[in-house]
Design a protein around this ligand. Structure first.
Ligand code: DNO
Length: 404
């Protein structure tokens, strides 16, 4: 009755190989055609080719099954014109619908995507030193303000923050070396792997400017327009969409953010009631807000839970956080996994829905041998291996204790 254990793989150039993933014990692969420009159609041929690489071991003759399946696409990115509600959006939506049909044809059941404007997930430090010598990702609000107010010089940015924090950011900024400034800029706008494209400072400011008249409520309308256009096609294709929350779950650069709370989630699920219009429970993203009741969200919106990212964070008390060990920190992982297992039990008894919901250990610390290797931020092998091992142990413990 366990969750389906999956693992994010960035494709043939990922330093973590499919064979490594087999050893980690995952059976599902989370992958995307990162090489396809945002907005273009994902063709059946390209999808089939990648599926073959994942699911077949072609190093032997005849080829045999690899033991892995491509279970989730993360992500098919949404073109900015759709997010901006531009007149030309229908053309991009049509492409998205085509991609969904093709995904259905090759039989990949789930797509994770997001509706964050301009930037995808955002961190200020990709190398935070932990007490034990490992490295973690963090979001420090003072570093973020240093970038927004003093490097980017966004108009009126300082009004978005507590004056004390702006002062601290000013003090930090004058002490930073050119290298440190370049690293901070790169961390924030050069694009983390799997995220949106990267920007220069000028291109970034220009992009932000396009959103100046779009508040949360206008932005919600743009999401609703998109959902109403694509969900019927997803249903028809047998594909379940799983919207990823804003990471971090609050506004950045004065941009609208509309997938940060349970109320946000409820709004978008209600736009079109269908199992194809579902969500990703990312405990690391929603969990940054103390007012999000993660286990409760799983329970109350269980039938729309299509994908799960499990990790934890520790809030720093001034708006930032760092990524903690998977089982410790501010996320009640026991409560969340218990709620997921209850939902799976419910599906099993009612005979509706996917019983083994795909889950992946999200991010991981850089540990042991990985400290000397080139790794994708958040996606090193050993930290995730540890996370997955701990999570499956907790899951097994809950199952065997008979409380579900
Ligand atoms: C980061 C990821 C995100 C996620 C997208 C989904 O580690 O969780 O980049 O893939 O936001 O569209």
């Amino acid at each position: 009755m366990g969750m389906q254990q999956t693992w994010r793989w960035y494709g043939p150039n990922d330093p973590v190989s499919l064979k490594d993933i087999r050893q980690a014990g995952a059976t599902g692969i989370v992958n995307a055609l990162h090489e396809v420009p945002i907005g273009d159609v994902w063709t059946v041929e390209a999808l089939e080719e990648r599926k073959n690489i994942i699911e077949w071991d072609n190093s032997v003759s005849p080829a045999k099954k690899s033991g892995l399946i491509w279970s989730v696409i993360e992500s098919i990115p949404v073109h900015e014109d759709i997010k901006l509600g531009k007149p030309g959006r229908d053309k991009w939506i049509e492409n998205y619908r085509e991609s969904l049909k093709n995904v259905g044809k090759v039989g990949i059941p789930t797509i994770c995507y997001n509706f964050m404007p301009v930037v995808d997930w955002t961190r200020t430090n990709l190398n935070m030193l932990l007490d034990n010598g490992g490295r973690a990702l963090s979001f420090d609000i003072v570093e973020f303000i240093a970038f927004d107010v003093f490097m980017l010089n966004r108009d009126g940015a300082e009004k978005d923050y507590d004056p004390d924090l702006v002062e601290k950011a000013g003090e930090l900024f004058v002490k930073m070396t050119d290298d440190e400034k370049a690293t901070l800029q790169k961390n924030i706008i050069a694009g983390l792997p799997g995220g949106q494209e990267g920007y220069t400072l000028d291109a970034f400011l220009a992009r932000l400017n396009e959103y100046k008249d779009i508040d949360d409520s206008k932005y919600r309308e743009n999401l609703a327009y998109f959902l109403k256009a694509i969900i019927p096609v997803a249903e028809e294709a047998g594909v379940k969409m799983a919207i990823h929350p804003d990471d971090p779950p609050f506004s950045l650069f004065g941009l609208p953010r509309i997938v940060s709370t349970e109320a946000d989630l409820k709004y978008l699920l209600d736009v079109y009631d269908s199992v194809s219009n579902g969500y990703t429970m990312c405990t690391g993203s929603y969990g940054v807000r103390a007012d999000n009741d993660l286990a409760g969200m799983v329970t109350r919106h269980g039938s729309k839970l299509n994908f799960i990212h499990l990790r934890s964070t520790i809030r720093d008390g001034r708006g930032g956080f760092f990524e903690a060990d998977h089982l410790y920190g501010d996320v009640d992982m026991y409560g969340v996994i218990s709620a997921i297992l209850k939902e799976q039990k419910k599906r099993e008894l009612s005979g509706t829905g996917e019983i083994h919901i795909p889950m992946r250990p999200d991010h991981g610390h850089v540990l042991l041998d990985d400290l000397g290797k080139k790794t994708n931020p958040g996606y090193s092998a050993i930290g995730r291996l540890k996370g997955l091992a701990e999570l499956r142990g907790l899951e097994l413990g809950i199952e065997k204790s008979g409380v579900i």
